[in-house]
Write a new protein. Structure first.
Length: 245
């Protein structure tokens, strides 16, 4: 009798355990994806830039606009070459380039794999007439093409996330004193004078460069309120049908 009671108790305990729902393991969240490397971030920004239309814009003005041709000669002059060499020799630029190279190597690639332009400069226009409007016309069309607001939104989002691009952007913003120093070079002053003599509103261009790299909180060289508003609200290209896709 005693053995029967023990057997019955064991059977009842097994039945109760079978009636219980099976234990479920707690849900495990998937691990977060690894942060993007600097190479990946920069390539993502590069893909936002319409390189082909911008390249065609440069070619159109280079072939057809005398004022733009003179400007190209100025930025390829001996003075301009010396400015570039002195710029690359600045300690801040050397440190920045060294940091970028190390970050790219840590990314695994060692260099950015940007798509090379396959545009070939022909000496002949493919159409009977391409409209050009001097430096200001080129600058207005460039502003219409270049996605500055989209790029800034992408950069701001990446900065909030942190990571390599946030460091890259802070280091780039810290180069503002170098820009000021370069503008004070004697060669730079001669180039600015020549550019202004050939139709370039340098105050407008200077303000645009500062806004592009987040240096706009400094007073640009000789910029007025009207010129600043011109950069922030660009004029549409003079003739839409003149833009080559």
């Amino acid at each position: 009798m005693k053995r029967f009671i023990i057997t019955l108790a064991i059977v009842c305990s097994l039945c109760s355990s079978w009636a219980l729902p099976p234990a479920t393991k707690p849900a495990v969240a998937p691990p977060p994806p690894p942060p993007a490397t600097l190479t990946q971030d920069l390539e993502q920004l590069y893909r936002l830039i319409p390189a082909k239309p911008l390249n065609k814009l440069v070619i159109r003005y280079l072939l057809n606009d005398a004022e733009f041709q003179a400007i190209i000669r100025i930025i390829n002059s001996h003075d301009a070459f010396m400015v570039r060499m002195r710029l690359y020799a600045q300690p801040e630029i050397i440190q920045f380039q060294s940091w970028v190279r190390s970050q790219l190597m840590l990314s695994g690639g060692g260099s950015l794999e940007f798509e090379e332009s396959e545009e070939i400069l022909s000496l002949f226009n493919p159409t009977p007439y391409w409209s050009v409007y001097g430096w200001q016309g080129f600058f207005n069309e460039f502003l219409a093409y270049f996605p500055q607001e989209m790029l800034r939104a992408q950069i701001n989002a990446k900065v909030i996330q942190g990571g390599s691009l946030a460091q890259f952007w802070e280091k780039l913003k810290a180069l503002r004193p170098v820009y000021e120093r370069v503008l004070a070079f004697p060669e730079s002053k001669r180039i600015i004078t020549q550019l202004e003599q050939n139709g370039v509103n340098f105050s407008q261009l200077d303000q645009y460069i500062r806004s592009l790299f987040d240096w706009f909180n400094l007073n640009p060289v000789g910029a007025s309120t009207q010129e600043v508003s011109t950069v922030q609200a660009p004029i549409a290209p003079p003739a839409a049908n003149s833009i080559v896709a």
